[in-house]
Design a protein around this ligand. Structure first.
Ligand SMILES: C[S@@+](CC[C@H](N)C(=O)[O-])C[C@H]1O[C@@H](n2cnc3c(N)ncnc32)[C@H](O)[C@@H]1O
Length: 261
């Protein structure tokens, strides 16, 4: 079992280890879906957990909410601060499992593809609930196991191995598991809505080059494997997506999950 502190320190470095903003752009439509589902307004204080470069945080701010954006990785906080400069979004470096906010500090807690990286889901959900006011709204997005990101993650595992002692990230989009988790954490009125990001790449090789350059998880996996084994992993991913040299069109399916305190 990876020690929580050791894992956290590694993740702080890993998430700063790629040129993330281009991936954030590809994920941005999901941030729109999430913020639309939560519909924050001027009367709301919004906490964005694992905010990355701030796509969802900025949208909540545009709707008039007071927004605090948090992320574990110093590099993400730096990029997010720059991307939202002048908008009034407040940034803090923080672990989703230990939020530096008092109880009842937010009407809305949101996380676009961020909460799903917490190594102890029950701890992260308890923290989200603690900082919400009674009746507050939680929302997050999560990759579905059968969608492209779920299948790509599964294709990587024979190469990288599963991180020891960590839960399956895809559980965040398995309806039974996520409902049970939310209920156990004290949330109710759970809604699950499946959506997809329509992604296009010029070729399978272009697609893996994109992930290698812009996805911190892929960059870290490749660095850990070394060139030869990383090439085998990326070849398996490319084989999932179509013939060499042909354009790639895929739907990266995800759930928008909402719940009420
Ligand atoms: C895929 S990115 C999503 C970022 C952003 N929400 C977006 O939609 O672009 C995942 C983010 O989770 C952050 N993260 C990972 N583990 C975390 C943790 N335990 N606590 C807080 N943030 C974490 C990473 O630093 C990264 O910014």
């Amino acid at each position: 079992m990876t020690e929580p502190a050791e894992f956290r320190d590694r993740m702080r470095r890993v998430w700063g280890g790629a040129d993330y903003p281009a991936l954030a752009e590809r994920l941005a439509p999901a941030a729109h879906d999430l913020v639309d589902a939560l519909a924050p307004g001027p009367a709301d204080r919004v906490l964005d957990v694992a905010a990355g470069t701030g796509s969802a945080a900025a949208l909540a701010r545009e709707r008039g909410a007071a927004v605090v954006a948090t992320d574990l990785a110093p590099r993400m906080v730096e990029l997010g601060r720059a991307a939202t400069a002048g908008t009034g979004v407040v940034w803090l470096e923080a672990d989703a499992e230990a939020l530096p906010l008092p109880d009842g500090a937010a009407e809305v807690v949101q996380s676009s593809f961020g909460l799903i990286f917490a190594p102890r889901p029950e701890v992260a959900l308890a923290e989200a609930r603690r900082v919400l006011v009674p009746g507050g709204r939680l929302g997050f997005t999560a990759w579905t196991p059968d969608g492209f990101m779920g299948r790509m993650t599964a294709a990587m595992l024979p190469h990288t191995g599963a991180p020891p002692g960590l839960p399956d990230q895809m559980d965040w989009a398995r309806p039974d598991v996520v409902r049970d988790r939310l209920t156990a954490a004290g949330f109710g009125e759970v809604t699950l809505t499946e959506r997809a990001l329509p992604w296009h790449f010029d070729s399978p090789a272009d697609m893996t080059a994109f992930f290698r350059a812009h996805s911190p998880a892929h960059a870290a996996a490749a660095a850990g494997l070394g060139e030869e084994r990383a090439a085998a992993m990326f070849a398996d991913i490319e084989a999932m997506t179509g013939p060499p040299g042909e354009p790639v069109r895929l739907d990266a399916a995800y759930l928008v999950v909402t719940a009420t305190d």
